[in-house]
Ligand binder design. Structure first.
Ligand code: SF4
Length: 369
């Protein structure tokens, strides 16, 4: 089983913290972009006839900002050219303020089964300060339009003067909207983004405060019936994201569009970041890869454990053995011993204990030595 990722690099405006491949001023290029994206999809799928795909994910950018005919076109092409499983999970990222019933009609035709909504916060003042274009009411309206669908929401922590009460209200707002899956990300002030200046000026909470908010979120979501199945992801049982679970299992996926990454047939590659460059490559009959590497041996093993240890279930020892032909506990005996206080080890799995999942990076680093 493998996943399909499609990158839609257009947004209504640029948020203050964003360093993703999203280009608000380039919406005029959507026709050329999707023509090239379809070209890339046709060529790749012709080479991947033996692969079966179980999930599709439209991410961005803001996929709900572009004309929905492009989403429909991409889905028609997938159904025509790729081997897509019956009952596949098909997710579209949506931003409040960019979704209405007319668009939903087309998404229905396209076969979208799940919507991931960029809520971030239900506090209008905070939303304005991080440069989001929507309000809490826009989120509520979006949930009303998407009622009855499998819904996920993104929530950010580590924002200006963000109290636990504000975070609690945000979670309550998401749950009231029918959301069954919540992704919680701490703001990362990337160099070059406008918010980085606020970070330098000490206007954002420090690491300890963010960790404290995170622990609060874990407890509150648990009370509300949301189980943490990965360090940043929480779901009501049965609503986990199949697409993301595939990433953490080091499953295969093929990505299309600018900045999209792929991992297929043992090779990991990423497309160029600029729309113009991407279009240029495709119009000249070439793929737009900016980097490519084959990951083998110890690097592949480390990648496998690094992804698995982010999840509640950890490393499945039988799967590890079947993939690499060796025993995980023998390959990493030194790290398992030195990190034993933080790990839960059984005859089937090795996982990070719940209370240490937030600091998994430090623990995982020990497996590199
Ligand atoms: S909506 Fe998302 S992708 Fe678009 S600018 Fe804001 S953070 Fe970036």
């Amino acid at each position: 089983m493998a996943g399909i990722y499609i990158h839609v690099p257009f947004c209504a405006s640029k948020c203050a913290y964003c360093d993703f491949a999203s280009f608000p001023k380039e919406i005029g290029k959507q026709e050329a972009y999707f023509a090239c994206l379809y070209k890339e999809m046709r060529s790749r799928f012709a080479e991947l006839k033996e692969k079966r795909f179980d999930t599709v994910y439209f991410g961005g950018g803001t996929p709900s900002f572009v004309d929905p005919k492009y989403i429909l076109g991409a889905m028609r092409l997938i159904k025509e050219c790729a081997n897509l499983s019956e009952g596949a999970e098909i997710t579209l990222e949506v931003n409040p303020g960019t979704i209405d019933r007319n668009k939903l009609r087309i998404y229905k035709q396209a076969g979208i089964t799940r919507f991931s909504i960029g809520l971030q916060s239900a506090d209008d003042d905070l939303l304005r300060r991080i440069g989001r274009i929507h309000t809490r009411v826009d989120f509520e309206k979006a949930c009303d339009v998407l009622k009855g669908y499998n819904l996920s929401a993104d929530v950010m922590i580590g924002l200006f003067d963000q109290t636990k009460e504000i975070v609690k209200n945000t979670i309550d707002c998401a749950i009231a909207g029918g959301v069954k899956h919540i992704s919680v990300y701490a703001l990362t002030p990337e160099v070059g983004t406008p918010i980085y200046t606020d970070y330098l000026n000490g206007e954002l909470p420090d690491g300890d405060e963010v960790a404290d908010t995170y622990e609060f979120v874990v407890g509150y979501l648990k009370e509300k019936g949301f189980d943490r199945y990965e360090v940043s992801n929480f779901a009501v049982k049965g609503y986990e994201s199949r697409h993301n679970l595939n990433y953490w299992k080091r499953g295969e996926y093929i990505g299309f569009g600018v900045a999209a990454s792929s991992f297929i047939n043992g090779r990991r590659f990423t497309n160029v970041f600029s729309i113009d460059e991407y279009v240029h490559f495709l119009l000249n009959g070439k793929y737009a890869e900016a980097s490519s590497e084959v990951i083998e041996g110890d690097d592949a093993k480390f990648e496998f454990l690094m992804l698995a240890l982010r999840t509640r279930d950890g490393v499945d020892l039988k799967v590890y053995k079947s993939v690499f032909g060796s025993d995980f506990t023998a390959d990493y005996s030194k790290a398992i011993k030195s990190q034993s206080a933080y790990l839960s080890v059984t005859s089937d799995t090795v996982r990070i204990k719940d209370e240490y999942l937030y600091v998994q990076n430090h623990i995982i680093l020990e497996f590199m030595r």
